[in-house]
Design a protein around this ligand. Structure first.
Ligand code: G4P
Length: 288
């Protein structure tokens, strides 16, 4: 039997994919390193399926954003997981960390060989260039604004580059390509897609929200029962996610004609997951 598509987003990024792929490939030639952002609560599913394919030998730094919202223990497991797979990884809180202090030395260390080769050729001050990319809502704008602060200055467009790409100079060592590559999320895997809706990378309008919120409630019930109970003032968690949703609506006093307004409760839960109101949760684990 064919799997029911609860997150039917196949047509969501129609012409985008080919165009983005071409742009990414062009931009890749201009940079020394790719900084790929993913959500720390969903470190595998929030990857873009194309990156591995087009990145080739280009060095990559994986940055897991929203560290402050993830389950610290699970996040640690993920950091170990990526390191064990030979992937350079950092977890950040893009809204509070001193990003420049974190990122610049890491990038320089990753590109040490390149810097040394440049030095051997007599280039004393090689400016390194980085491209930031990630699927929607993982925090690309926040990251760029945070790392740039006010001191960064825009650099002239480079000669020979036809499209108007602009560069942001962080200091004498590092420049960022300021058009962050927006990539499409993973669409084929329904389980991953439902979680991508939770973190706001796939729009609510194109999915079956009942299925998405039911799966989320089941996951939270299994992994974070006390956070769930505490946030929504629930004594017990029913086996049936629809009943949990009903209980949450009643507990939050979200009623319509005296009955639980489950649509409003759904939106409330989604907002909680996407904001700092429901912290300390991760949505996938390396051993799953
Ligand atoms: P994007 O460019 O990749 O699409 O993502 P963007 O920077 O717009 O970030 C999406 C949301 O995630 C924003 O919240 C942003 O503040 C939040 N965010 C990004 N990085 C972090 C992080 O490390 N920790 C936390 N706690 N939040 C982060 P928003 O509610 O959509 O917007 P706003 O309230 O900031 O205006």
């Amino acid at each position: 039997m064919e799997e029911k598509k609860e997150v039917n987003v196949i047509n969501w990024f129609p012409g985008h994919m080919q165009k983005t792929r071409r742009q990414m490939q062009e931009n890749l030639k201009l940079v020394d390193i790719v900084i790929e952002l993913r959500d720390a609560r969903l470190p595998l599913s929030s990857a873009n399926p194309m990156i591995e394919e087009i990145i080739g030998q280009k060095p990559r730094l994986l940055v897991l954003t929203k560290r402050d919202m993830a389950d610290p223990k699970v996040l640690n497991d993920w950091l170990r997981y990526f390191k064990a797979h030979g992937i350079e990884v950092l977890a950040i809180d893009a809204t509070h960390d001193d990003l420049k202090k974190l990122i610049v030395p890491t990038v320089k260390e990753l590109l040490r060989d390149k810097l040394e080769r440049a030095k051997a050729r007599g280039i004393r001050k090689k400016v390194l260039r980085a491209m930031i990319c990630g699927i929607p809502n993982v925090g690309k704008s926040t990251f760029i604004n945070g790392i740039v602060k006010k001191r960064a200055a825009k650099v002239e467009n480079r000669p020979g580059v036809t499209r108007s790409l602009s560069w942001i100079r962080l200091n004498e060592d590092l420049e960022l390509l300021d058009t962050p590559g927006v990539l499409w999320p993973r669409l084929e895997d329904q389980k991953a897609a439902k979680k991508l809706v939770l973190i706001g990378s796939i729009k609510d309008e194109v999915v079956d929200l009942d299925a998405v919120v039911s799966s989320a409630l089941l996951y939270l019930k299994e992994h974070y029962p006390s956070i769930l109970k505490e946030r929504y003032h629930l004594e017990e968690l029913n086996e049936d996610p629809k009943i949990i949703l009903n209980d949450i609506a009643i507990s939050l006093n979200l009623l319509a004609d005296g009955k639980a307004d489950t649509k409003r409760a759904q939106n409330f839960i989604l907002k909680d997951i996407r904001s700092e109101r429901l912290k300390g949760i991760s949505l996938e684990e390396p051993n799953e």
